[in-house]
Design a protein around this ligand. Structure first.
Ligand SMILES: NC(=O)C1=CN([C@@H]2O[C@H](COP(=O)(O)OP(=O)(O)OC[C@H]3O[C@@H](n4cnc5c(N)ncnc54)[C@H](O)[C@@H]3O)[C@@H](O)[C@H]2O)C=CC1
Ligand SMILES: C[N+](C)(C)CC(=O)CC(=O)[O-]
Length: 485
């Protein structure tokens, strides 16, 4: 049975949390008195469905069930985790916590608050120990950071369990050790925001020029190295010490007005809103969200290829999900090594699973087999691996959205260098596709085939021997254009 999360407040952030939990296989109940909330959450979810699966290199779990609850009590019933995402007003948050704790007194309650300290949130609560800050970043379904801020009254064991829950849905819980207004990241954002307001107010730059200054330069650097690592490199060979000696004094010069807040007059609001309309008004907010999401996917995929920063979180999440999803089943017949569900992003213009996803399903199946015989990621790290030298794919049916697929491997032949396998992608026990593949054991450093080590052969060869007794698949050895009758 799927695990359940309750989301109280279904606006921009509540919708993002709902999407992240749902797409990671959790059931979600949302409570929001706004009659527009189901539409708004639905639109965020549609964006998330088009975006989040593109970050995964493994099968995602089947999407959880979304319900809109009529009351807070109904929403939190049976929930293992509660995320409060109502408007940023302390009195409102207190009322919501009181209502929740009338019926769910021990369930963890994370607050999305951008600035309130957990000790402020906990004031007068029936059980303060379970209330903490879990501050996410927009779009919640793509950005991994959640600042987890406990107070001295928080239950440390519960906080550790919450961090694990957040990892399970692909997030990076950053434990903020000392509570402070606006946590860590929003303090920076506030400082930058204040300075930008001054630059616009004083007529130095427009909103567009400020955005160009960020996205053409330091914004690109920050996404991959942050502040300190970036400045360390900027110090040249002498690193951080030289950087500080050179640029430390300029902090005393009038380069910034960071501590001073411009007055929030109607004039300033109109000036900024007007410039923002001129800059970006040609797009709707939903269009801008989709542009943002596709750009983020591009960045994140590159970081993932490099196992760096947020990309490392994505790789860890794939590995965790694979390990939790399925252990190969060794039985009498072909080995069952993978299970997956056909997701929206896998469907093509013909309304069925696109051809590249059959290859993807096959590589999930063969990768699981390789891990089973010991050729796992740690083994690849030693400089050896199996490469696919040849594939023949036959389509026997159409996989459709939501279909549950199973991948099996039958070893046709194996020796110290070669691994000849037959993969079936099954739906309800019948193949929708079969793939015959030849894999070769390779010394990656030399770029040449070589014999697999005895430890791998000791696992592989008995399977090959057992599979030699299975009926040879009719499709094995076929080539394109052969008659079937
Ligand atoms: N928008 C942002 O960029 C970020 C916002 N946050 C935080 O997330 C929280 C929510 O902010 P947004 O989603 O931006 O605001 P929003 O205005 O989009 O959504 C707030 C939602 O709370 C609902 N609400 C009001 N009273 C309620 C009640 N008694 N029970 C249930 N729902 C109720 C409203 O109907 C609304 O749909 C705030 O604490 C904010 O500081 C955190 C990270 C980023
Ligand atoms: C503007 N904000 C304070 C609500 C921003 C955040 O809290 C985080 C974000 O997503 O930028």
């Amino acid at each position: 049975m799927a695990r359940k999360a309750a989301i109280i407040g279904g606006g921009v952030i509540g919708g993002g949390w709902a999407a992240r939990f749902l797409l990671n296989g959790w059931d979600v109940a949302v409570f929001d008195p706004d009659p527009e909330a189901p539409r708004k959450v639905g639109e965020v979810l549609a964006n998330a469905r088009a975006a989040l699966p593109a970050l995964s290199d493994g099968p995602m779990p089947a999407e959880g069930r979304l319900v809109f609850a009529g009351t807070i009590t109904e929403a939190v019933e049976g929930a293992e985790y509660i995320q409060e995402s109502v408007s940023e007003r302390l009195d409102l948050k207190h009322r919501v916590f009181a209502q929740i704790q009338q019926v769910a007194n021990t369930t963890p309650i994370g607050s999305s608050t951008s600035g309130f300290k957990p000790s402020e949130l906990q004031q007068n609560a029936a059980n303060p120990a379970v209330i903490f800050v879990a501050h996410p970043f927009n779009p919640v379904y793509l950005l991994p950071l959640a600042e987890v801020v406990p107070s001295p009254a928080s239950d440390p064991g519960l906080i550790e369990r919450v961090k694990e829950t957040l990892r399970e849905i692909g997030m990076f819980p950053l434990h903020v050790r000392k509570e402070i207004d606006a946590h860590i990241a929003d303090r920076f954002l506030e400082a930058v925001w204040r300075e930008a307001l001054w630059l616009v107010k004083d007529g130095v730059a427009t909103t567009e020029e400020i955005d160009e200054a960020i996205r053409m330069g330091f914004g690109l650097r920050w996404g991959q190295m942050g502040l300190f690592e970036t400045y360390r490199v900027a110090g040249g060979e002498a690193g951080m010490k030289h950087f500080m000696a050179q640029f430390g004094p300029c902090l005393q010069w009038p380069w910034t007005k960071l501590t001073d807040v411009p007055e929030f007059t109607d004039e300033l609001v109109d000036l900024i809103a007007g410039q923002s309309d001129a800059q970006s008004g040609a797009y709707t907010i939903r269009e801008l969200e989709r542009i943002r999401d596709q750009n983020l996917i591009g960045f994140l995929r590159v970081l993932k290829e490099r196992n760096w920063g947020a990309g490392k979180v994505l790789l860890d999440h794939d590995a965790r999900r694979r390990a939790a999803a399925f252990a190969p089943v060794v039985g009498e017949g072909p080995m069952v090594t993978a299970r997956m569900t056909v997701l929206p992003g896998w469907i093509d213009y013909n309304g069925h699973m696109t051809e590249s996803r059959y290859l993807f399903a096959a590589s999930e199946t063969s990768d699981a087999f390789l891990r089973h015989i010991g050729a796992d990621i740690a083994y690849v790290g030693t400089g050896f691996s199996y490469y696919t030298a040849e594939t023949h794919i036959m389509h026997a049916g159409e996989a459709k959205l939501g279909d549950a697929l199973t991948g099996t491997v039958q070893v046709l032949a194996a020796d110290e260098k070669r691994l000849h396998i037959f993969i079936r992608i099954l739906r309800d026990g019948a193949p929708v596709a079969t793939l015959e593949q030849m894999l070769l054991h390779v010394d990656m450093g030399k770029g040449k085939t070589c014999a697999a080590p005895q430890a791998i052969l000791d696992r592989l060869l008995p399977i090959a021997q057992a599979h030699a007794t299975l009926p040879r698949p009719e499709a094995a050895g076929r080539h394109v254009g052969q008659r079937t009758t």
